[in-house]
Design a protein around this ligand. Sequence first.
Ligand SMILES: *Cc1c(COP(=O)(O)O)cnc(C)c1O
Length: 387
Amino acid sequence: MISYGKQSINQTDIDSLIRIFKGDWLTQGPTVKKFEADLKNYFGSDYACAVSNGTAALHLAGIALGWKKNDIVITSPLTFLSTVNSIVYSGATPEFVDIDFETYTLDPTKLEDKIKYYARSGKEVRAVIAVDFAGQPCDWKALNYLSQKYKFQLINDNCHSLGASYYGDKQYAVKYADAVIHSYHPVKHITTGEGGAVLTNNKELSDKVKKLRSHGMTKIEDELENNEGPWYYEMHELGYNYRITDFQCALGVSQLKRLDEFISKRQAIAQKYNNFFSDNDFVKVPKKYNDIDHAYHLYPLLINFKKIKLNKSDIFKIMLKEGVNLQVHYFPVHLQPYYKKKFGFKKGDYPLSEMFYENEISIPIYPDLKNNEQYKVMQLFKEIFND
Ligand SMILES: *Cc1c(COP(=O)(O)O)cnc(C)c1O
């Protein structure tokens, strides 16, 4: 089966796991620290805190940043559920700003309008979570400028964009955002099975996240109210068990070494799609900028279904019959029944995200996608367009 995304596991990855299983530590051992050190090194952050998944990373970042009831936290409707759910976990109120239709990421101009709209009724926006959708970095210069002008916290949900570069810089994410969120789910750029991390240059934030991922426990002498002995720990704040294991981190260490290779393979696949689809006016391909390198977690293709006289389900059926499993990213989060009912969002609120959803199909892109498999996908599209 050819899928829209898939992990790549080689013998080196497997060997790194076997070494852990033969050793002393399955969890809370030295390999978690090793993976965190490698993350800091690769992504240029002062601190990295690996956790059980990307959703947990978002959850802990929100709590560590102090979000609470009645705080307004803004994100894009074009993201996975977790981004928005994490706002609700902290008790804050989720709000959206529509996408820019070139980058498919949160539009800074509309963001400023929304901030001004709230300011007129004396309300402040506490934080913004911007998503580097599909692998395309947001307009971080503009977002960072606004975060300083209006004093809101800025989070990069970077789950799609590990290995992207922004004006030649792969370490851009922590330079513009207060906290950067990773996921290492198998469809993402590197995998630990389930896993995630919070990266930041803020020590206080990192210390909080580290404590919260392990029940809010501390053994640090300076922080203890009493010290009853070497067995003793205290809890001053409600935390969680969001720890990641040593064997997951061993896979992470091995996968991170392969990230550059993964990204160049994805970019080569994308280039072939770009060339192939540039021939016709039925589709719109992801925008390619000169000084920004897309990481192509996804290859979102926008299709003019009216012109090709087929609908999305028809294309899914044709492809599935040939062993190609497509996907759609994403059904806009504000239209989820939960968000409509609880917060009153409705159809028409964010027309560009809605239009994007109507037209989008994510076509197969992953490092192990073979030439002949990609060729097959393109041939199937050729037949679809010629109908
Ligand atoms: C995958 C993903 C997450 C959540 O990550 P998990 O590790 O699956 O919990 C959050 N945000 C975005 C944009 C994602 O793609």
